[in-house]
Design a protein around this ligand. Structure first.
Ligand code: NAD
Length: 485
């Protein structure tokens, strides 16, 4: 008997409602290459409904005492924790990532997003100043209104909650548009929000494509704020459409991050972490270090070590606990990534390992979008493969001789999201970290995340910063009030 597919509906005013058009499309399970859920193909009419709900809810939510808002956010975090395994299984099935990664990173970080901003709004104070003989000024932080929160497919719940938590903590209401490739955990979150007691209309989800639902949000004349995470090309389109409407925008975009390994590093630690920063989540993390530069004295040893480790990684069934790499998110994305492997060959590169589907997959995964971890050498920094974002389990390694030279390579990019540096020399750590043009620089680590710190990209990796006070600044308007003496 055929198993009935799940049908997802929009979430407006705390109710699940079908799209106005009645149209749905299929979303696929990447590991099997088969459809597993129907997603609403939302249109501007759905965005209008969500906007009506969100703007009504704003009247009350924006005036709800922060302690009450925080209490709800804490409950949301607790409920996500309580359903950790269920969320992790869904994220893995929907996105293709290993369930263990979802269980240890994506879902716990989603819960901590809510917990962090619940605490953050409870303990803030604003600026004030005495203008002796004239008056006294103080700052009032006001929520902005109804926010559009548009998220990508690579870390679905983690990145969506990175937006929802500060947005509603600050008293705004939201219309979320998760990626059309990964709607499942956003859909599950709806029931958590309701159970946590979040009033109707504070968070609404409109599912669908970028052109159908996303663009309608961006162009909506009464939505004053857009938080977007996704590709640089999409970011440019959103900025073009929203600029004449003077919307507040935060853009977290693509990357082509350098991973710089000096000869005086802790070799084993650098190698171990480079395996993760290259291939975690199938390389589909904007922070992955896909351009690896290794100082010449240890270049050959590092290449051999990384190839040996990459060959040991287990690619396959994402539901198994010991799987290291699951499937890429979609067939189109798999083709794009494999296209870059072909391009690397044309550009003169050597495929040291990977570059193809794994051979020994069980029959049920034969149509899945799997790709072996791929390491390429022999390309120069001018090659397209070393300059364009691939966003898959594909890295290049290139040797360097001097600090100055490698800083030049790292910065010679349209992107500036993150960078890792491996060296035991303290002065060099500070010198190189100081010279790198990227929003986050890790020294002897990777993916360490401190929610109190600014997060964002330089150059075409983004505009603005979120995290800690920066999120509060983005999700509020600051008003100065001056009282005469
Ligand atoms: P994408 O730009 O294709 O889509 C992102 C979201 O935007 C989706 O929800 C999509 O439906 C929507 N969208 C598409 N066109 C739109 C339009 N015209 N108007 C409004 N919304 C639209 O990105 P993706 O393929 O989902 O994600 C991968 C990209 O995201 C990579 O480039 C990656 O580097 C980037 N990313 C960046 C960060 C960061 O923090 N800087 C984090 C994760 C992913």
């Amino acid at each position: 008997m055929l198993k009935q597919m799940l049908t997802i509906n929009n979430f407006i005013n705390n109710e699940h409602v079908p799209p106005v058009s009645g149209q749905y499309f299929d979303t696929y399970e990447p590991a099997k290459g088969t459809p597993h859920a129907h997603i609403p193909d939302s249109t501007p009419a759905d965005v209008d409904l969500a906007f009506a709900a969100a703007s009504t809810a704003f009247q009350t939510w924006s005036k709800t005492p922060r302690a009450q808002r925080a209490a709800i956010l804490y409950r949301i975090a607790d409920l996500i924790d309580a359903r950790l395994d269920e969320f992790a299984r869904a994220e893995s099935k929907d996105q293709g990532k290993p369930v263990e990664l979802a269980r240890t990173v994506d879902i716990p970080r989603a819960a901590s997003n809510f917990r962090f901003f619940a605490g953050r709004i409870l303990h803030g104070v604003e600026e004030s100043g005495d203008l002796a003989g004239v008056g006294f000024s103080y700052v009032q932080r006001m929520p902005v209104g109804v926010a559009a929160l548009i998220s990508p497919w690579n870390l679905p719940l983690y990145l969506l909650t990175w937006k929802i938590a500060p947005c509603i903590a600050c008293g705004n209401t939201a219309i979320c548009k998760p990626s059309e490739f990964t709607s499942l955990t956003a859909y599950m979150l709806c029931s958590v929000l309701k159970e946590a007691g979040l009033p109707a209309g504070v968070v609404n989800m409109v599912f669908g494509t970028g052109l159908g639902a996303g663009q309608a949000l961006v162009e909506h004349p009464k939505i004053p704020l857009i938080s977007f995470t996704g590709g640089t090309v999409t970011g440019a389109k959103i900025l073009t459409a929203s600029a004449p409407l003077f919307k507040k925008t935060s853009m977290e975009l693509g990357g082509k991050n350098a991973n710089i390994v000096f000869a005086d590093c802790d070799f084993e630690q650098a190698l171990r972490t480079t395996v993760r920063s290259s291939f975690a989540n199938q390389g589909e993390i904007c922070l992955c270090g896909s351009r690896i530069f290794v100082e010449r004295p240890i270049y050959e040893r590092f290449v051999r070590g990384l190839v040996d480790e990459a060959r040991k990684l287990k690619v396959g069934d994402p539901a198994l606990k010991d799987t290291n790499l699951g499937a890429l998110v979609s067939k189109e994305h798999w083709q794009k990534v494999v296209g870059y492997v072909d391009l690397a060959k044309k550009e003169g590169g050597t495929i040291e390992c990977g570059g193809k589907r794994p051979e020994a997959l069980q029959p049920e995964f034969e149509n899945g979008y799997f790709l072996e971890p791929t390491i390429i050498t022999g390309l120069t920094p001018q090659c397209r493969v070393m300059r364009e974002e691939i966003f898959g389990p594909v890295v290049t390694i290139y040797p360097f001789d001097t600090e100055e030279e490698v800083v030049g390579y790292a910065n010679d990019s349209n992107y500036g999201l993150s960078c890792s540096i491996w060296t035991e020399n303290g002065r060099r750590q500070r010198r190189v970290a100081g010279a790198i043009q990227a929003g986050t620089v890790w020294v002897n680590t990777w993916m360490a995340r401190d929610l109190r710190m600014p997060f964002g990209g330089m150059k075409q990796s983004g505009l603005g910063r979120e995290g800690g006070n920066h999120s509060l600044d983005f999700y509020t308007e600051l008003k100065t009030i001056c009282l005469a003496d």
